[in-house]
Design a protein around this ligand. Structure first.
Ligand SMILES: O=C(O)CCC(=O)C(=O)O
Length: 275
């Protein structure tokens, strides 16, 4: 029988007693409800083949365009392979929500550990509801009037190093940027959350550089508080599913001598939600 157990007060639950390959429709609906309630779910011992991984993701919603800068698995074009060799620094070692610089950021991601370091390589998630709820009510009201720009952030480094300013500008103009309210609302729960990230939020529209930077830095510091976070120690075959809309995540880069391989499928659209 499927059980869902919270693992931190802010967000996160472990789901046991369910093999995703065998999940019936009721189990998928129950998982969706748990995801909306807990924001990120951890499912040990799944060991999904790439085809099974993509098939399960399709039951969660609509898959969409792949990320502009990752390779996919030979068995399934929907499965991105994140393969960090010893000595490489993963690009996800910054707080971010996936692709917030696009017009339609994805609903969810389903990440499976394939090879992990003996120790290290954990991932943290932060609840952006919790970040919102801890703000002073007056400050919160001020933020409600503001919007901010999101762009690809450090993804510009790769094209710049390989092709200079021209390649960087081409990537930036192809991928684009987006503007979101600093306080956004989750389309299913309706709850307000803080929608700025250290990786991708560049500017609060209408403010000068100093004021924008001060406000953003203050919010980034709050995301950094452990009170708003949950941390996962991976095992091979473990899956994490997160709701990308009111969470951020951070892949810890503390395994310089080890290789870490993850498979990820992104669910672009939440077909159960009206929005
Ligand atoms: O490798 C991880 O733990 C997280 C990767 C990540 O940030 C992502 O899939 O967006």
């Amino acid at each position: 029988m499927m059980t869902v157990e919270r693992v931190s007060p802010a967000l996160g639950a472990e789901v046991t007693g369910l093999r995703l390959v065998d999940a019936d429709d009721d189990a998928v609906e129950a998982l969706y409800a748990a995801l909306i309630a807990h924001q990120v779910l951890f499912l040990p011992d799944q060991h999904l083949a790439p085809i099974e991984h993509a098939a399960f993701a399709r039951r969660c919603g609509e898959l969409g365009a792949r990320h502009h800068s990752y390779v996919t698995h030979p068995d399934s074009d929907d499965v991105v392979v994140l393969d960090w060799q010893p000595g490489q620094r993963p690009d996800a070692s910054e707080w971010h929500s996936d692709m917030s610089f696009t017009a339609e950021p994805p609903f969810a991601s389903i990440l499976q550990a394939v090879q992990v370091p003996p120790v290290g390589g954990d991932t943290l998630w932060a609840s952006m509801y919790a970040v919102h709820d801890c703000l002073d009510p007056g400050f919160r009201r001020d933020l409600e009037a503001l919007s901010a720009t999101h762009d690809p952030g450090a993804f510009r480094n790769g094209p710049y190093v390989s092709g200079g300013t021209g390649a960087m500008n081409e990537m930036l103009s192809t991928v684009g940027s987006a503007v979101w309210p600093v306080i956004s609302h989750h389309p299913v729960s309706g709850r307000p959350y803080v929608n700025v990230s250290e990786s991708n939020t560049r500017w609060i529209i209408g403010l000068g550089a100093a004021e924008s930077a001060r406000i953003l830095t203050m919010l980034f510091d709050i995301v950094n508080r452990p009170d708003h976070q949950v941390r996962l120690r991976w095992r091979p075959g473990m899956i994490a599913i997160w709701d990308n809309r009111a969470t951020q995540h951070y892949a810890v880069s503390d395994y310089p001598n080890d290789r870490r391989i993850m498979h990820r499928v992104v669910v672009a659209r939440d077909t159960r939600s009206a929005v």
